[in-house]
Design a protein around this ligand. Structure first.
Ligand SMILES: Cc1ncc(COP(=O)(O)O)c(C=O)c1O
Length: 491
């Protein structure tokens, strides 16, 4: 088709077809779409001349500016070329026509080896959470109105810097409020400048992995342990070394002497995830000594220590000594809500500037309005009131779960102690029983988290991790009764 007249007729027909379809695109957009697909499909071949904009406008019965809007855009994108004095032509478009192209199938696209490995740390489903989902707080109890008021307050007052790129480590008021809170309730040794606000604990783990370890370095991890941290370290190319957890938590003494030394040690000392144990002082001091001996960093993940039901919060590992080789990681995902995406690192002073710079380069800072609102939420006492309310609520939800599981417990189902946190572990007799319960749960619309999925190596103890914080008492009771009856029938 080299004749502009033929092109005009084709364009007219194509546009009429587009116009026949009801949609909300502008005329110019429709002409653009028709021309672009004509070029891509080969109806308007390379080098062919378009009718002039005046001719096109009059034959299509549309304004000339509408035509120019479409053709100028196609010229800017390289589909058309304008030759002054000669007219507008279809460009010598290198891809060839759609028919010539070997269009690859975009189903089953392969991930990188790293991507494939990361899939192993994920759950396949994005369905709505069910009663036993671990790690989800009581979203139904979050004081939304107060939070909205604080957000509005800071939205209105936001200084211009909050609209800009920054690398200051977060809003000062939040770092100050957090520092007071951490010193008082967690015995963390810090100054506000040592705090780097992140978008959750995950980003903190990722930064530590990338900035303090190299590909192939060994990270010692609790076994069983938290899949989110495992995924972060795997994605940074570290070698994940499982360290068995016993009734006192991480047990480095159980590793063979020839185990490669760690560069990082990841630990949840206040409330081991998921077993719920607390690392005793003797193991804490031994761990600090071990890290110092190897020049390693301990990553202390203190994800849910606000929720202790029988004693005051446990003092942090970071605060045990001056200059402890510890990076303390905190999150607001459990104590407020995970969609907030706010967490923090408490860094040794010598690391602060470099972490701030690199974090701003890799991830950018942001959420200043939410950070400022959170500073007020803490400063005005709403935070501690919310924690106290949630402590009561979770204690009650845990008691509901225990009560509904009592028939199974009286026949030998073993439950973890539950002196803290947002989940319990129900230990099972066999992996076959674990698999069968997960399968039956799925059929009953209940997603159960098998303890074996928390292991890097062959799992030693079968069980189920039962979150109780994020569901209502009625939901917990129904689900726990089902579990109790099913366990009794199978075991
Ligand atoms: C052990 C542990 N650490 C940290 C986190 C929090 O991660 P984030 O702050 O990225 O939501 C979780 C959340 O599930 C967790 O279970």
């Amino acid at each position: 088709m080299t004749d502009p007249n033929a092109h005009r007729l084709w364009i007219q027909e194509a546009l009429n077809l587009q116009l026949a379809e009801p949609d909300d695109r502008t005329l110019s957009q429709r002409l653009y779409d028709a021309l672009r697909s004509g070029i891509q499909q080969g109806q308007l071949p390379h080098g062919s001349a378009l009718p002039s904009s005046r001719q096109l406008a009059s034959s299509l019965g549309i304004g000339r500016n509408t035509v120019l809007g479409a053709t100028d855009r196609l010229i800017a994108e390289g589909f058309l070329v304008s030759r002054p004095g000669a007219g507008v032509f279809v460009a010598d478009w290198q891809w060839g026509t759609q028919q010539d192209l070997k269009i690859p199938s975009l189903t089953n696209v392969a991930l990188s080896q790293r991507g494939e490995r990361l899939l192993e740390f994920t759950a396949p489903s994005s369905e709505r959470h069910t009663a036993f989902e671990p790690g989800v707080p009581a979203l139904d109890r979050f004081p939304r109105e107060r939070w909205q008021r604080l957000l509005r307050r800071h939205q209105q007052r936001a200084p211009v810097e909050w609209f800009d790129y920054q690398n200051a480590g977060g809003v000062n008021a939040l770092r100050e409020a957090l520092c007071d809170y951490l010193r008082l309730s967690r015995s963390v040794r810090c100054h506000p400048e040592q705090i780097l606000i992140t978008q959750g604990a995950q980003q903190g783990f990722e930064l530590v992995a990338r900035l303090l370890a190299d590909v192939g370095d060994s990270v010692w991890m609790e076994e069983p342990g938290y899949g989110g941290a495992q995924a972060c370290f795997a994605s940074a190319g570290l070698t994940l070394q499982p360290v068995p957890v016993d009734s006192d938590g991480l047990n480095v003494a159980s590793l063979p002497a020839e185990t490669p030394p760690p560069k990082l040690i990841y630990v949840t000392p206040s409330h081991q995830y998921p077993s719920g144990t607390t690392l005793p002082l003797s193991r804490r001091t031994a761990l600090l000594a071990l890290a110092q001996r190897h020049g390693a960093w301990i990553i202390e993940d203190d994800y849910d220590s606000e929720f202790r039901y029988t004693s005051a919060p446990i003092a942090s590992l970071q605060g045990l000594m001056d200059n402890a080789p510890v990076i303390y990681v905190g999150t607001f995902s459990k104590v407020l809500y995970p969609g907030l995406r706010l967490g923090y690192l408490v860094l040794p002073p010598s690391l602060v500037a470099n972490f701030q710079r690199i974090n701003a380069r890799l991830h950018r800072e942001g959420q200043y309005v939410a950070q400022a609102a959170l500073a007020d939420f803490i400063g005005e006492g709403h935070f501690s009131r919310h924690v106290a309310r949630m402590r009561k609520c979770y204690r009650h939800r845990q008691a509901t779960l225990r009560q509904a599981l009592a028939p199974a417990v009286s026949h030998g189902l073993e439950l973890s102690s539950g002196h803290a946190g947002m989940h319990l572990v129900a230990y099972l007799q066999s992996h076959a029983l674990e698999r069968e319960l997960v399968h039956r749960g799925k059929q009953a619309g209940l997603r159960l988290s098998p303890l074996s999925s928390f292991y890097l190596q062959a799992p030693s103890r079968p069980g189920l991790v039962l979150g109780y914080a994020g569901a209502t008492e009625a939901e917990i009771e129904r689900a726990s009764r089902w579990l109790s009856e099913t366990w009794l029938a199978l075991a």
